[in-house]
Write a protein that binds this ligand. Sequence first.
Ligand code: MN
Length: 237
Amino acid sequence: MITVSRRTALLGALAASFAAARPVLAQATGPFTLPPLPYAPEANEPHIDAQTMTIHHDRHHATYVANLNAAAKDYPRIAALAPDALVAGMMDMPEAIRGTIRNSGGGHMNHTMFWGIMGGKGGTPTGALAAAIDRDLGGFETFKASFNRAGAGVFGSGWVFVTVTKEGKLALAPRANQDNPIMDGARVLMGNDVWEHAYYLKYQNRRPDYLAAWWNVLDWSKISARYDQALAGTLGI
Ligand code: MN
């Protein structure tokens, strides 16, 4: 006879082996996965606080991924698509899930890009990217000012992006909600999240202060790598 304690031990061992085989629970629930933050939550202190980073990644971004996985249960064809292909092709998808693809697919793309370009020490871009900023955006200081102005001007929730063409041409592209320029056939080089959840714990209503501080945590080597990928035609999310 198996005693209660013996049974509990067996179940515990089973759960432990299951957990060892699938260390990330989100992977067990669907085809879309939450990428881990590529640095510690406090890496962007003091400009972006650790609590904001943790809540933003572990709850907000995780919810977009969970929503996509819930949609994939009813519409398995979306499971086979990379997020950028899914969002770019949302008008070809059943009308019933277009809203989910737009909001949660866009949110998944936007935040994956966002984590990937931070964790740095700011400074200034170099090389081909710096030359493109000089050519298309009036130089780095003018670019920063117009980017911050565009971010401050987003009414309600949204993003301010820089788009990049295959020829390397740059343009500012503010968007509402979780819209991504790929919905209009454009690719994102970089962007800043101006939803209140991105800054309210530290900056409250002072969005311009958050916008100004954000430049201090950019990793220009990562953004330059994205620029090179755009020229090579391999830039994904
Ligand atoms: Mn966000």
